[in-house]
Design a binder for this molecule. Structure first.
Ligand code: 3PY
Ligand code: MG
Length: 255
């Protein structure tokens, strides 16, 4: 079966880099997948597209070396299984607040007897290869997002969920729920402490940790804290950032 590049980085004791698609274009997903990232995530929660576009984006990512992942809109087993069938090698599930919810996520990501994933691997076979079903359970990464006060309060129980691979921190929702400004580097104190607590708790439990970073300084800081996967800006953010920089450089000063 085709390898999961994220897991390969982890075996090499290196953090993985992840790109984030909010624009519903196979072409832009393909560009990101060809740019040297270890993974590309198709964001079905806040991305401006639906399921059919997401599938074409996964097809485009498959043409490159980067590992395809999907952030699903919610904890919905049917959607999780559909995106796995579409070739996602990782599922990032938003708003996980309890161990029961984390168990539900894990079960949807694994075939029986480990879980309840329904059989119908479709693009899994095309992306992964003929032996996809034999290895999918150990290849797919189940990510529980912690991004609320309730999730933070239950982080220990969530991290104890059998067969859960990783925690993905959503600093913007977490900031919003903690009542501090939405995260930019350096993070507000309460958010910074919460992030440290989640990283330490997940690592103690043997789980990996990923985080969405609003800029490069935040990503460098998070890697120095031992985070295992960083996303730095989404595609729309990259476009905005590059455009603003270019316009600033080429715009002549007011006479
Ligand atoms: C958050 O920061 O809340 C996110 O969901 C990032 O993807
Ligand atoms: Mg969020």
């Amino acid at each position: 079966m085709r390898a999961n590049t994220i897991r390969e980085r982890w075996t090499d004791r290196r953090p993985a880099t992840n790109a984030w698609c909010s624009i519903g274009s196979p072409y832009s997903a393909e560009i990101l997948a060809a740019s040297g990232y270890d993974a590309v995530t198709v964001d079905l929660q806040h991305g401006m597209f639906g399921v059919d576009a997401a599938i074409t984006m996964l097809q485009a990512i498959s043409a490159q070396a980067a590992t395809p992942m999907v952030r699903v809109p919610s904890l919905d087993g049917a959607m999780i299984m559909k995106m796995l069938d579409a070739g996602a090698y990782g599922v990032i599930c938003p708003m996980i607040e309890t161990a029961e919810q984390a168990s539900e996520l894990v079960a949807a990501c694994r075939y029986p007897p480990r879980g309840i994933r329904s059989y119908g691997p479709s693009r899994g076979l095309l992306h992964g290869g003929a032996d996809y079903v034999d290895h999918a359970d150990d290849t797919v990464i189940a990510w529980a997002m912690i991004e609320t006060r309730a999730g933070l309060a239950n982080v220990e129980a969530i991290c104890a969920t059998p067969d859960l691979d990783a925690i993905y921190i959503g600093p913007s929702d977490l900031a919003s729920d903690l009542g501090v400004p939405i995260a930019t580097h350096p993070l507000p104190r309460a958010l910074d402490d919460a992030v440290d607590h989640i990283i330490a708790t997940a690592h103690r439990a043997g789980l990996r940790v990923g985080i969405f970073c609003t800029d490069e300084d935040m990503a460098i800081d998070m890697i120095s804290r031992g985070v295992d996967l960083v996303t730095v800006r989404n595609d729309a953010g990259l476009l905005r950032h590059a455009t603003a920089e270019i316009l600033q450089r080429i715009t002549p000063p007011q006479p």
